[in-house]
Design a protein around this ligand. Structure first.
Ligand code: CDP
Length: 218
């Protein structure tokens, strides 16, 4: 049996950072499922495919060659690690993520990440749809204001200019889309631990996840 830790939560909650550190500590593989939706969005933008053109999006998603290699994300051998992180790409990703046939194609891609000795997967539907068998499920969140501040710091540190009020509006809009869509909406499953990181440091959040994992492993 390959253990999976599913960490789901809303936009900019810090789940990516926490999931990555937990994976490092346990020496597990890491799946950033949001990056897959961002890659589809970036490619659709390049090719001028609209967010509602289900057939073309399906074909496009099937044709993508995605590699996660030494901390870099490659799309058809090109490094897209930075370009998929823009707010514009995130907003388009959240629209394309509502398309069922895109989600179906990416489902198989995501399953391939489940390998020994274990996997930490972060996203919106890791515990509810993609890996319902997860050994540990976590719903990680923070208040919208704190998430906007975290996203602001993240963008500024990367040298990308940002406006905190615009970011807060984007986050609220993205929450609305992720929570209300028909396909795999963001929701806390009854078997998931709730982790509000509003007042926690990254280390505290990571330690809490490791503690829960050791509880379920013993
Ligand atoms: O960086 P942020 O937390 O805003 O988003 P992300 O995790 O990079 O994901 C980008 C978008 O993909 C999200 O707004 C979701 O709508 C979508 N997504 C999804 O539908 N299912 C997932 N498992 C992961 C992301």
């Amino acid at each position: 049996m390959i253990p999976v830790i599913a960490i789901d939560g809303p936009s900019a909650s810090g789940k990516g950072t926490v999931a990555q550190r937990v994976a490092e500590k346990l020496n597990f593989h890491y799946l950033d499922s949001g990056a897959l939706y961002r890659i589809v969005a970036l490619s659709a933008q390049f090719q001028g495919i609209g967010e509602t053109d289900e057939n073309k999006l399906n074909q496009l998603t099937k044709s993508l060659r995605i590699e996660f290699k030494e901390g870099k994300i490659l799309l058809n051998k090109q490094d897209v690690t930075e370009s998929i992180r823009s707010e514009e790409c995130g907003i388009l990703a959240s629209k394309i993520a509502a398309v069922k046939s895109v989600r179906d194609v990416l489902m198989n891609v995501q399953h391939q990440f489940k390998q020994h000795p274990g996997l930490v997967a972060d996203g919106r539907d890791m515990g509810s749809v993609v890996f319902p068998e997860s050994m540990l499920k976590i719903f990680l969140t923070a208040t919208p204001e704190i998430r906007a501040q975290r996203r602001y710091n993240q963008l500024i540190n990367k040298g990308i200019s940002a406006n905190i009020n615009d970011l807060l509006q984007d986050i609220l809009e993205r929450d609305r889309r992720d929570l209300t869509r028909k396909e795999s909406p963001l929701k806390q499953t009854p078997d998931a631990h709730f982790l509000d990181t509003s007042a926690l440091t990254i280390d505290q959040a990571v330690n809490q996840v490791i503690q829960w994992f050791s509880d379920v492993s013993n």
